[in-house]
Design a protein around this ligand. Structure first.
Ligand code: 0GY
Length: 294
């Protein structure tokens, strides 16, 4: 257990994930992962809602190689607030093998965005999950969205299914490509046909700029591993929108309290949610490469 771990109920990432049985296609991208610290070099944000264990770039890139990924998209997590330095440092040291998604305020300058772009940042993240962040006025996000247009960045949004109805008009106002984390966190006890998940499906059907990550079965499951209860949701989305889906490990799995997934088993799970080789290639190579390396 790392010394810096401060939240007693937050599990450490898996110490020795299996080598996946699924051999990833060449050029596969882990399009949702994080770096945490190491502190004190990269301190956590004072306003954070949780304190993770240290999980730095060296560990992330060792996992990339172990699982067979070629590249990473490192998403800024709330425990680092708007201080993107750990993520930017990880991107810089990976060169072309990593891209980043930042959290910024509306006071961000063109020069600061340009510097992040040069380091490999290609997007911003807007977080609406109430247990993770204090609310930000939507007009602030709109201002940020306008500022990033000069760089052609996309926007990652994180929210829970119960909030989609209220957020929908805002999401439709956002310019460029919008990527919804974890399919908008459906309640998987309700069923794919439930109006809540159909609302999300319809949002994607009617807005071709909206993409999603078919990620985090370990967060969405009620039944637990091997996450049978989430498969149908992913299949539904991948079958309908195979050109607008991304996949990632979510390593080091912040806030996981029930159990810690084996990242190698998560890679094997891709076969359940994207059964054909063509879908796998789009999900893991074509789509993320187009969005973040285009
Ligand atoms: C995720 C999910 C979570 C955390 C964050 O930024 C974050 O702190 O995204 C979560 O707790 O659901 O995507 O990593």
């Amino acid at each position: 257990m790392t010394e810096q771990k401060m939240d007693a109920d937050w599990l450490e990432f898996h110490p020795n994930p299996k080598v996946p049985d699924f051999k990833l296609p060449a050029g596969a991208v882990d399009a949702h992962c994080h770096v945490f610290g190491p502190s004190p070099e990269f301190p956590f944000a004072p306003e954070r809602k949780y304190t993770p264990c240290n999980a730095g770039k060296a560990q992330l890139y060792a996992l990339r190689d172990h699982l067979g990924f070629s590249r990473n998209v490192i998403v800024q997590a709330t425990c680092h607030g708007k201080d993107n330095s750990a993520m930017v440092d990880a991107c810089r040291s990976a060169g072309d093998l990593a891209r980043g998604v930042a959290s910024v305020g509306s006071d961000i300058t063109h020069e600061e965005l340009a510097e992040m772009h040069e380091a490999g940042v290609r997007g911003v993240r807007f977080n609406f999950v109430k247990r993770l962040v204090d609310a930000t006025p939507k007009e602030v996000f709109i201002e940020i969205a306008e500022k990033i247009q000069d760089f052609g960045w996309s926007i990652v949004v994180y929210f829970e299914a119960a909030d989609l109805e209220e957020l929908e008009p805002f999401l439709k106002r956002l310019p460029g490509i919008i990527v919804v984390d974890h399919m908008g966190r459906p309640d998987v006890t309700k069923g794919v046909e439930h109006p809540d998940f159909q609302r999300f499906t319809l949002l994607m059907a009617e807005n071709e700029n909206i993409w999603t990550k078919v990620t985090c079965p370990e967060r969405l499951t009620v039944a637990g591993p091997p996450y049978e209860d989430v498969v149908a949701y992913y299949r539904h989305i991948v079958d309908l929108f195979e050109d607008r889906v991304l996949w990632g490990t979510d390593w080091p799995h912040p806030n996981m309290k029930s159990h810690m997934p084996d990242d190698g088993a998560l890679v094997d799970y891709i076969l359940r949610i994207a059964p054909s080789a063509e879908q796998q290639h789009k999900l893991l190579v074509t789509n993320p490469t187009r969005l973040y390396w285009g």
